[in-house]
Ligand binder design. Structure first.
Ligand SMILES: [Cu+2]
Length: 246
């Protein structure tokens, strides 16, 4: 449960039940849990060995991120705070729409993501916003940009894709004005990474040895200066000592 994501719909009542799961610990490990964000004023709830469940009921009025945290020192805090509770806009309903997403690697280590939005009859829908989201392992979801579809229903985004082996992208159309929500996801190996075997240091497109060398030179320079200062101090000391003897 370290990086769970929980999506709830804004404008709807949500009930969360927290369950004590530290029965395997020798001592009681109580948690005072608080849900914060989006202007909500919610009570702190306690779960412990004697009180193993607690519930919170609330209605997030707007979309955004909520934090779940424990406000007392405890064991296993990371399991709680590592997660995300997101209130998302309810998906629009209406005339069905459909999105397709195509991901193509480019020569410059980026990706070209191309989404095509069509209506129920398969006709392209022009002048509608399509949001492109990049799912990252460490940083969560990143909305890249929201271009507007062209005459042929397509919207295109260039994605910088270096550094991660697998790139996952979602294109979504919010809907509204009588149209329903639509989304499409795709996954592709990042360009610049060998497709069939594990990337090795030798095949890396960047040149880390240059960086390492630069760092070594800086460090070397620091140590050389330090050594010189020590040498000077020793010389001065020797000078004082010989001076004192005379
Ligand atoms: Cu806790």
């Amino acid at each position: 449960m370290v990086d769970f994501t929980l999506n709830v719909e804004a404008g709807h009542e949500v009930t969360i039940t927290f369950t004590y799961a530290d029965g395997d610990l020798a001592d009681d490990n109580p948690h005072d849990i608080r849900v914060k964000g989006l202007g909500l004023e919610l009570p702190t709830v306690r779960i412990s060995r004697d009180n193993p469940t607690a519930t919170l009921t609330f209605t997030p009025e707007k979309s955004g991120r909520l934090r779940i945290l424990c406000v007392i020192p405890c064991i296993g805090m990371e399991n709680l705070v590592g997660g995300t509770l997101r209130a998302v806009k309810p998906k629009a309903t209406g005339a069905p729409t459909s999105l397709t997403l195509d991901l193509q690697p480019r020569d410059d280590d980026s990706l070209l993501a191309r989404a095509i939005l069509v209506d129920a009859r398969g006709s392209p829908m022009a002048n509608f916003p399509v949001a492109f989201t990049l799912h990252t392992v460490l940083g969560g979801d990143l909305v890249l940009s929201t271009p507007t579809t062209m005459e042929n229903g397509s919207a295109v985004v260039k994605i910088p894709a270096r550094g991660s082996e697998q790139v996952k992208v979602t294109a979504s159309f919010e809907g509204g004005n009588g149209f329903a929500y639509a989304e499409a996801s795709g996954e592709i190996a990042a360009p610049g990474q060998p497709m069939e075997h594990q990337p090795s240091a030798l095949s890396a497109p960047t040149a880390p040895p240059v960086l390492a060398l630069a760092l070594l030179m800086v460090l070397g320079g620091v140590w050389a200066t330090y050594g010189y200062v020590v040498y000077q101090v020793i010389c001065i000391r020797r000078g004082e000592q010989t001076g004192g003897i005379r």
